[in-house]
Structures are given as C-alpha cells and as structure tokens.
Design a binder for this molecule. Structure first.
Ligand SMILES: Cc1ncc(COP(=O)(O)O)c(C=O)c1O
Length: 569
C-alpha cells in the first residue's frame, strides 16, 4: 500500500487496544503476515543496491517539520514504511555488496528480533529482566572462555556470581572499547591515601596526585577511530592517543612500539606520561590483520599498562580452531572487545567487552536507590549504559543454531572467497593487490596492466639504483603516477556508486609497498556466505569495465608525466 496514511479520530479505546494482544491471533497474524511479506519482498527484489532515489529526493520525502497530530491506521503506516523506507534501503545482504562489515544475516535473526521486542526486557535490572539476565551472563561466560581459557572452576564459580561481572554486553564495539578504557583509566589512578580515585576526583586531580602531566593510550596506525572517541569522552584528549606505525602487513611495528614506550617513560617529549593502556588489534578495520598480541601484551605488562585487545572485527574467529593461533597472546589481555554484528552474523547491533580479571568491572560499579541497589543482583551495576535490550539473545541462539562447527564452515567460505577474489583480480591484470589479510578484507586498486608493470619496474630499479639522482627521479615518477592512479580510483569508486549493481568501499593506506605515499584502495569485505564466484566475477567485471572507460581521462596526464619511460600506456 502506498499513499498518505489516513488520519483517524483520537480515541482512548482504540489506543488501549494497541497495547493488548488480541484475544484471537487473527489480527496480530494479519499484520505480522503483511510485515513478513514486506520483508520478504525486500529480499526478493532485484535492481540497484542503494535504490535509484537521490539524497535530495529522500530529504524531500522526509521533510515534515512537526510531529503528527492525530493517530493513523497501522496498515497505512506499514504501507508508508514500505514505500518510503524499505524500498530505499541499502541491500547489505546482496551477494554483490561486499563493501562493509555489515552483511547478510540468517533469516532466523529477524524472528529473534521479534521475540526481543515482544518480551521487551530491560537488562538494567532483574526486576525487568529475569531469565534474560542469566542468558546474558551465560553468553558472556562462553565468550570469556573462548578468549581467556580460564579453568572450569573459574567459570563454575563466576558464571552467575552476582558479585562480579566477567564482561558487559554493549550497544556496539565503540561502547565496548569505551568501557575497557574507562576501567583502564580507573585502574591507572586508583584511590591512594586521601586521594579517592579518579572516578571521584576527576582527571586533573588524578594526574596531579600521581605526578603526571597526561595519560596516554598507544595503538597502531590502523586503530579504529572509536579509540580516539573514547579518549575524548574520558577527558584524556584525542591527541593523547599515540599511534605507532605498522609494518608491511599492517601490524603494529613492535620495535617502534618499544621505542615509543621508552621515550614516554623517559619523558623525552617534555611530558610526564602515564601509559594507561596499550591496544592490540585483532582484525584491523581497513585491512583485516592481527597484531602480534604476544609481543604487544609483553610490552604493555612491562610498562605496567592495561592491555586491551580490540577484537571487534576478528574476535569471533576464536570459535574456530584453525584461526586460534593468529590470536596467540590474547589470553594475556586485561580486556577484549568483540562485536556480534560482525563475524557472528547478528543484526545491528551488539558488542561485548570481556575482562580477564572478574573483579575489574567493580572499579566502575555504581548503584542507585530505586534500582541497581548496592546489594542487588542487577546487571546494570556494572555497565556504562542504563536501559539495554535483550540483544544477547541473538548471539546466544546463533551459537546454538550454527555452532562452532557451523561458524568454522562460514569462515572457511569467507577465506576461500577472499582467496578466489584475489586470484581473479591478479589474473585480470588491471588490478593490483595491496594487502595480505588474515581475516577476509582485501585492499586493491584498478590500474591498467601496462601502468602497473611500469610502476613495478621502477620500484625494482629504485631498489637497486646506485646513483642517488636516478633513485630520486624514479621516486618522483612513482609518486606522480600514484597520484594519477589515486584520482582514477576515487572516480571509479564514484562510478561504481552510480552504476549501483555492485558495491565495495574505499579507503586510503600509507602502509602499502609505496609507503609512505598514501594510496587510494578499494576495500572488499568478503564474509557473505551467498557471495560466490559468479558474484565475484560480476563485481570484478564491472570495476574493470568502468575503470577502462575512465582511464582515457587520466592517460594523457600519465603519458605526459612518464614521457619516454611510460611505455605503451
Ligand atoms: C576494529 C574495530 N574496532 C571497533 C569498531 C567499532 O565498532 P562499532 O561500529 O560496532 O561501534 C570497529 C567497527 O568497524 C572495528 O572494526
């Protein structure tokens, strides 16, 4: 149904009925069926990934500046949702949509969302969340065990022990990371004599009491921006998130980390810095790589800093034996964050943050007189968030329905898809692969074969060049060609959006073989179990076709620049 929803007379009897489950299931099922049909249609529909509607057109559809006065029929509003919202939503579940971590979800998740809404539990307190509080704690214990592998006795004692919390379920990875840094900050500036601890006294007094001028967090250049947000919110300051360069595999450069820590400890930058946390990344957002967690953890321990592992992207791979070696050292972390809406294939959104020490969350424990009383068993005593949905039902059920073996098969498919796409791009010739992912994210760019070969030859020659002038000249040429190819890939990415039959994302990396020059790369996240070779073929063919169509626009600049050394571009 389309058109404007019909306004009806405001009437309390009608409104009260909206809150009561009908005696006969017919009415409920009638709307339910309509809704399920709408959802089903959305998945069946062919056509563009983003819908053809423009953003200005959308802003004209949603331009009502005041709240509706009267009630409207549910049926009409559902129709409006269909024509205005569903029809113009992004088909993130499409096998041709391989641009972001947001991907296809199993259909049973939609039904679980209905249960969550129907029960409407509020996880903040036991008075509004009975069995669901226990489900959440069980899920947290499962995830904790995957990461920290503590003893049977430890889990038996703590799984449902209301005096401690092994972790928190959060809205997302950003809040999971935030919670980890909040705890790290409290632990860095604990109560001491008449100093009541940072949470009471604030950052300024805490620094003065302990004789520091700032608190810092160290993370690699691939760190997610949520870490800077946390530093901002925690009053540490974004500039005090210190980024350590990465190696050619996009992993934190351990030597540089060691040097940075030493510099900080010796106060060589004129500051007295407290290292609050060192962060390892287990699945970098842009490139899908995992830091050497053993080494990063060792340095954090020596520095007396909290060791946090941001495993929002990759942490769920711990479910599968063949991936566990990549995470060696994660069990030494003080805290680990993992997103369920990434590799657990849950819908938006849910994160978890886990603490090795079951008492760590007590540093941020709070209470109130009307709920989360001091001696209550309420989950909300340990969380940053207040009211929270029963989101944990989704991963809890998914881990049963799919199981560790099932996730193993899904990740194997993701790995095979990543390898297959790499091979296809390499075979085509007009693409260059620019990363070596461990976890399903491929960075590459469109570059006509002859330009790619020319750049390769220049790179080789530069590496062996004896004359400094020749090396410098080659360096200049490489830079200029890359600048042209960067512009080409930005334009190609825009053309892909217009074409709208396939989708990959785009980022800029300083860590490719052209380092330190920043290179524009296309980014494919290859986790959708429905993405097969045929879909990959379409994605690649579209990019190749559009790239070749755009190339003449850039070729003149390339030929002018490369001159006689440009070859037959
Ligand atoms: C490594 C990493 N950390 C943190 C986050 C933030 O997660 P969210 O978007 O759930 O807040 C992301 C998101 O992509 C991520 O990849």
């Amino acid at each position: 149904m389309t058109g404007k929803p019909r306004r009806i007379e405001a009437n309390l009897e009608y409104l009260r009925k909206l809150f009561i489950m009908p005696d006969s299931p017919d009415k409920f099922i009638e709307f339910g069926n309509e809704l399920l049909e709408m959802i089903h249609d959305f998945f069946q529909e062919k056509g563009g990934i983003h819908s053809a509607i423009t953003l200005p057109e959308l802003s004209r559809i949603f331009d009502r500046t005041s709240v509706p006065e009267g009630p409207h029929l549910i049926k009409d509003v559902l129709g409006e949702i269909k024509s205005k919202v569903i029809d113009h939503s992004v088909k993130v579940g499409s096998p041709h949509y391989i641009g972001h971590m947001t991907s296809a979800i199993p259909y049973f998740m939609i039904l679980l969302e209905m249960i969550i809404a129907a029960l409407n539990q509020n996880q903040v307190k036991i008075e509004t969340a009975k069995a669901s509080s226990f489900v959440e704690r069980e899920l947290i214990a499962w995830m904790h065990r995957l990461v920290f592998c503590r003893t049977d006795r430890f889990y038996e004692k703590n799984i449902q022990n209301p005096r401690v919390a092994l972790g928190n379920v959060t809205s997302d990875g950003t809040l999971a990371n935030f919670t980890a840094f909040l705890v790290a900050r409290e632990k860095a500036f604990p109560p001491d004599g008449d100093f009541p601890g940072l949470r009471v006294a604030g950052v300024g007094r805490a620094l003065r009491h302990y004789g520091y001028t700032r608190g810092v967090v160290l993370v690699s250049a691939r760190g997610h921006y949520s870490i800077r947000k946390a530093a901002n919110l925690l009053g540490l300051g974004e500039e005090n998130v210190i980024t350590v360069p990465v190696d050619g595999q996009n992993r934190m450069d351990i030597k540089k980390l060691e040097r940075r820590v030493r510099r900080l400890q010796e106060g060589r930058d004129g500051e007295r810095s407290k290292i609050i946390a060192v962060v390892g990344i287990a699945g970098t957002t842009e490139t899908g790589n995992i830091d050497d967690l053993e080494a990063v953890g060792g340095i954090a321990a020596e520095a007396g800093a909290h060791f946090h592992v941001d495993a929002c992207w990759g942490g769920s791979a711990l479910l599968v034996e063949e991936y566990r070696h990549l995470f060696r050292g994660i069990e030494r972390a003080d805290s680990v964050s993992i997103d369920a809406h990434k590799l657990l294939y849950c819908p938006m959104s849910m994160g978890v943050v886990l603490f090795r020490n079951e008492r760590d969350l007590n540093t941020i424990r709070h209470s109130s007189r009307y709920i989360i009383r001091r001696n209550s068993v309420d989950t909300g005593r340990f969380t940053v968030e207040g009211s929270r949905p029963f989101a944990s039902l989704k991963p809890w059920a998914a881990l049963k329905i799919i199981g560790r073996e099932g996730y193993g098969l899904l990740f194997r498919h993701a790995k095979e898809t990543t390898d297959a796409f790499r091979e296809m791009l390499e075979t085509c010739g007009n693409f260059e692969i620019l990363n070596h992912p461990e976890l399903f994210i491929l960075n590459y760019r469109f570059i006509p074969a002859e330009v790619r070969d020319r750049l390769g030859a220049w790179l080789d020659e530069r590496a062996g060049a004896k004359e400094r002038n020749r090396a410098r000249e080659l360096e200049g040429r490489i830079k200029k060609v890359n600048t042209i190819v960067n512009a080409l890939n930005v334009k190609l990415h825009k053309a892909l959006r217009t074409d709208d039959t396939t989708f990959v994302s785009r980022t800029t990396l300083e860590s490719t073989r052209y380092r330190p020059q920043s290179i524009v790369v296309l980014r494919a996240v290859l986790i959708n179990p429905l993405t097969d070779r045929t879909a990959l073929d379409t994605v690649m063919a579209t990019q190749n076709r559009l790239g070749l169509e755009l190339w003449p626009e850039f070729r003149t600049a390339y030929v002018r620049m490369a001159g006689s050394e440009g070859g037959e571009a």
